[in-house]
Write a protein that binds this ligand. Sequence first.
Ligand code: FNR
Length: 368
Amino acid sequence: PPLDTVLNMHDFETIARTVLPEKAWAYYSSASDDEITLRENRMAYQRVWFRPRILRDVSSVDWSTTILGQKSSLPLYISATALGKLGHPDGELCLTKAAANHGVIQMIATLASCAIDDILDAAAPGQTFFLQLYVNRDREITRKYVQHAEARGVKGLFITVDAPQLGRREKDMRMKFVGDDAGAEVQKGQDVKKDQGVARAISSFIDPSLAWKDIPWFKSITKMPIIIKGIATAEDAILAYEAGVQGIVLSNHGGRQLDTARSGLEVLVEVTAALRRRGYWPDPRFEIYVDGGVRRASDVLKAIALGAKAVGVGRPFLYAFCAYGQEGVERAIQLFRDEFEMNMRLLGARTIDEVVPDMVDAGSLAAH
Ligand code: FNR
């Protein structure tokens, strides 16, 4: 269908399903086990209601913000998703070029199909990137990779901690991984297992022994801000704060890891309350992000009202470029932009700072 008939993120998913090869659809859309967390990621947002304010002169509204001190035209970033070339020959470069044109930050995946240098070489001057890190058993590989990214101007290191072993994504496991069809060049596992789906084939290098005691080492090898991606409880949010990192992503990896883990939004309420009780937060040096199931600007605004600095968006941008390349991603960003304008007007918030806890009724989130 023509791109201008695509009106929301759900449309991109529907279209991607029809155009993608079966294997790519299985890898991108799947989540672990019974996919309960995947569905809950959407449902959690549907349990939170707005408390809009009126008569506030919303003739001009501004939804721009900063993430780790970097300008962002929207309070969201493109989260890391691996193997972009399964779905489009240009892979992650579609994201890079669209992000450049719209002032959006892209998080580069360790398992991107495009080499990190190809992505950074395609960047516009001053374009901002974060790096998602899967920690290699061979720390020398990780050290070089991180320091190379920093030297090339990447502005934040997101260490993924919720994947010491890949979740069982059964849809994906029914597919066989064939050779280099996804072109993930970086740190490919030496002992590639080709009979258990795409995800397992490429992830065997990830170090399951990673632990809190390793965090100082990351601080010793980079000056980039360090963010822990994959926090799911207040207990671990407190440990992250005490470890002196600059932020956390409350995430269940898009439902692809521990099934029946809670949604990031649910966890957010618990985390902010616990950090507050300890006097740790609010703290401008510690940012909290949420990802999983964000499909509307209204979802983003709910997370922000509950304390998130920004949110990560994964599959929608992936589906957008699978179906339409760079232009699809630009359309997706534009749709979010239009939704922010309308939703902020209707909510009575002129700036992101005016999106406050009283604007949502989160009483039905369990942790509240
Ligand atoms: C991911 N995600 C992910 N996360 C990560 O830290 N490293 C990775 O390599 C990947 N790869 C990946 C591939 C695919 C196909 C998906 C769908 C997701 C998780 C991603 O960063 C993010 O946490 C979720 O995608 C957010 O959920 P939504 O927006 O997809 O619902």
